[in-house]
Design a protein around this ligand. Structure first.
Ligand SMILES: [Zn+2]
Length: 398
């Protein structure tokens, strides 16, 4: 694995701090010497940063290890209690919040039922969830980095301060981050669910430490989050990865976007529900839907069979376009369904370089399950504060 190089320039101190945190997050506990080697920073620079981060309680010293010769070495690890973050997810029929520590562990969880809320209805509900999360777990409030919120794409193009989904009715142009920050009193970061999930998988899941991967988020529709050459890739209007509206069946089924034959219509939870004759999934409890999927084996097989070719085509396209180390499947789709789809999509189309040895499978199933977007949302403030390539994330005005 190639580590991200640091720079010994004094001005880049903040960047170097991130490089050190990222190295430990990716590799596990590391000594000063191992950190210096991995980051290409000088031993003195590493020592200063480690001291600073330990003082800030972001790193903690593990028990010293004796080595054959010389002084025992002290490995440093991420201090879970060094920082906290809140993740929120708003769907049409429910809102969820989690409080996580710096290691990504969930310390509190709150869920509320909602009914296609307008922004005016949703803001106090989301702020209430954030409040309740802070009340239900005892921690140093000064260590709360912020709130991340995952919402379905696509986004209005008004710019970074008014990032808001156009797919929820009444939300066009509403400045979600700014309004919510005003209510909760900490910075708020907004991302689409696929990008948030990709960040979560990179910090804590199967994509930990990978420099190039595509995350396919399968929920009501399908979207991609992209981490390329160590950077989150979002595009000029934050809509990169809206692949659900790529035409895979010319003149195929009509899509809500106005086109025909979009990927969304074949490879998504929404398309699976159609095979189960579930017209309005929001009318059902999530457990009921899971049971329906478990029981209707024949219909689900028919769906997977129809979804397989568009899926293979999509994997082929993503591999050819981006040359990722792997493609991670996840989202709100049940894991059993993701696995069935992945199996059905085999054999995949011939890769660009069939003889090349791979260190990872071409397709992997995400580690965070159905909570992937909410955990990704909670990862946003942590990623923003600790990743060396943080600058592409949306930043609200004050
Ligand atoms: Zn479409």
């Amino acid at each position: 694995m190639k580590a991200i190089s640091g720079t010994n320039l004094e001005q880049a101190k903040s960047h170097n701090r991130r490089v050190v945190i990222e190295a430990i997050r990716t590799s596990g506990p590391l000594s000063r010497a191992a950190l210096a080697k991995l980051t290409a920073l000088s031993t003195q620079t590493v020592s200063n940063i480690v001291e600073e981060l330990e003082g800030a309680k972001l790193l903690k010293a593990e028990a010293p290890q004796k080595i054959a010769r010389g002084q025992p070495i002290t490995p440093y690890s991420i201090n879970p209690d060094g920082a906290y973050s809140i993740g929120l997810e708003l769907e049409r029929n429910h809102a969820v919040g989690v409080l996580t520590d710096l290691s990504g562990r969930v310390r509190a969880r709150v869920e509320r039922a909602v009914d296609r809320p307008t922004p005016a209805e949703a803001m106090p509900i989301l702020a209430g969830i954030a409040e309740e999360l802070q009340r239900s777990f005892r921690f140093d409030r000064a260590r709360l980095l912020g709130v991340g919120i995952a919402m379905p794409g696509r986004y209005a193009a008004e710019g970074v301060t008014s990032l808001s989904p156009v797919t929820l009715p009444g939300w066009q142009g509403f400045p979600v981050a700014r309004e919510l920050a005003g209510l909760v009193g900490v910075p708020v970061l907004v991302e689409n669910d696929a990008t948030a999930a990709a960040i979560g998988e990179r910090l804590y899941g199967v994509a930990r430490g990978l420099s190039s991967f595509v995350y396919l988020f399968l929920g009501r529709g399908i979207g991609a989050g992209m981490f390329l050459d160590g950077h989150l890739y979002k595009g000029s209007r934050s809509n990169a990865g809206e692949i659900g509206h790529m035409i895979v069946v010319p003149n195929g089924q009509a899509c809500q976007c106005g086109k025909r034959g979009c990927l969304d219509r074949y490879v998504s939870l929404g398309s699976a529900y159609e095979y189960l004759n579930v017209q309005d999934p929001e009318q059902y409890a999530p457990e009921t839907l899971d049971t329906l999927i478990e029981q209707a084996t024949g219909r689900i097989d028919a769906w997977a069979k129809a979804a397989a070719e568009p899926m293979r085509q999509t994997i082929d396209f993503l591999e050819l376009a981006f040359d990722p180390q792997t493609i991670v499947l996840g989202g709100s789709m049940p894991s059993s369904l993701l696995q069935r789809l992945a199996r059905r999509s085999e054999p995949l189309h011939t890769p660009v370089n069939p003889g090349a040895e791979r260190s990872l499978p071409r397709i992997m199933i995400g580690a965070t399950g159905k909570d992937t977007a909410i955990l990704g949302a909670a990862a946003l403030p942590i990623f923003s504060e600790t990743n060396p390539q943080f600058d592409v994330l949306q930043k609200p005005l004050g």
